[in-house]
Design a protein around this ligand. Structure first.
Ligand code: NAP
Length: 337
């Protein structure tokens, strides 16, 4: 059993803590940290230590590995503390709001001479996306030419601004493209249709993002955060010899009284619940072997770089080039698997 400490008990950290305590083989939820006493109170008397100070959790003897689920602007500082302490980390995206800050984590791992961090791009553990990538790898569509991605949320919190779809949510599509195609994204453009009447004043929604890769694959991403009917993520790969599309993962299709219907997940937490569990289980199993695998800090840096240029494309209305650069030898495979 390895003792896992969780930093941040909000929407995703609270769910990860629950999964670690009840569903992840080989893991023991040994510690939690959140400034909100109400969030840590339920752990009192359960054998899980509650900390006020994130660094105290990271260095605690009962913590063998750390999950970072605090707000994104804290990730770099907390990751550097984990690397210094020599503890494996699963860090939720984003690596950093600012790609240059993200590079300091790359440099810390390179200086340490090994990987300590897995980035929380959980679609790499999602059965539907794994099947999609396996089909492309097997040559089922011939040469990939285009990807059509859809990323819809029913609604967003009042503090959500136009850029959040691009500097936060889009990182999952950026990572899928790099993971599937094993190449970098070289340009980004943002085009907007008519605004949804559901969107708050000043919020542009929906948006289309056009990403182009090194070999010329064109990716369309519909980012739409007021679709109302549920949470939906889809990806179709169009190739020289056919197409493959993710199954919706929603379960049964019912045909009754002249109608066919299937459930649409209500939220990302519901849609990706199994993926988060598989992601945590793979990370814990690797940590128990003294290893770290999965998406890397370099993948987080690449996503942050493309996201930053996409925000620039949105603000200027112009296509922007993206220059991720060459990965250090520690991340030899770059965006590939
Ligand atoms: P959230 O609900 O705001 O939760 C963040 C929690 O961290 C809050 O309880 C916050 O407390 C706490 N916190 C603040 N400062 C802290 C510190 N210094 N140390 C430890 N905890 C601290 O946010 P969320 O939606 O869970 O998102 C957390 C991270 O996960 C973000 O980076 C987000 O992008 C990412 N995320 C990823 C996915 C995915 O699909 N992979 C999905 C959702 C979120 P206060 O509220 O008191 O400040």
């Amino acid at each position: 059993m390895i003792g896992v400490g969780v930093l941040g008990l909000g929407r995703i950290g609270g769910a990860h803590a629950h999964r670690l305590a009840t569903q992840v083989p080989g893991a023991r939820l040994s510690a939690v940290c959140d400034p909100d006493r109400g969030a840590t109170a339920p752990f009192e008397g359960t054998g899980t230590t509650a900390f006020d100070d994130p660094v105290a959790l990271v260095t605690a003897a009962e913590v063998d590995a750390v999950v970072i689920a605090s707000p994104g602007f804290l990730h770099v500082e907390q990751l550097l503390a984990c690397i210094e302490a020599g503890k494996p980390v699963l860090c939720e995206k984003p690596l950093a709001a600012d790609p240059e800050d993200g590079l300091t984590v790359v440099e810390a791992e390179v200086a340490a001479g090994r990987r300590w961090v897995q980035l929380g791009f959980m679609r790499r553990f999602d059965p539907a996306f794994r099947d999609l990538v396996a089909a492309v790898d097997a040559g089922e569509v011939g040469t990939p030419l285009m990807l059509h991605c859809v990323h819809r949320n029913p609604s967003v919190r009042p503090s959500y601004v136009s850029e959040n779809a691009l500097d936060d949510s889009l990182s999952h599509e950026i990572d899928v493209v790099r993971w599937m195609l094993g190449e970098e994204i070289v340009s980004s453009q943002v085009v907007m249709p008519r605004r949804s009447p559901e969107a708050a004043e000043g919020l542009d929604d929906p948006k289309f993002v056009f990403l182009r890769t090194e070999s010329g694959v064109l990716v369309t991403v519909e980012m739409y955060v007021h679709c109302r009917y549920g949470y939906e993520v889809r990806c179709e790969v169009v190739g020289s010899d056919g197409t493959v599309t993710t199954a919706d993962g929603a379960g049964l299709v019912r045909r009754h009284a002249g109608r066919a219907s299937t459930a649409v997940p209500a939220s990302w937490g519901e849609r990706f619940d199994a993926s988060y569990r598989l992601e945590l289980s793979a990370w814990v199993a690797a940590a128990a072997r003294g290893e770290v695998g999965g998406p890397s800090v370099w993948d987080g840096y690449a996503a942050a770089t493309v996201a930053r240029r996409t925000v620039e494309a949105y603000r200027t209305g112009l296509e922007q080039t993206c220059a991720v650069g060459a990965a250090p030898a520690l991340y030899a495979t770059g965006g590939a698997r």
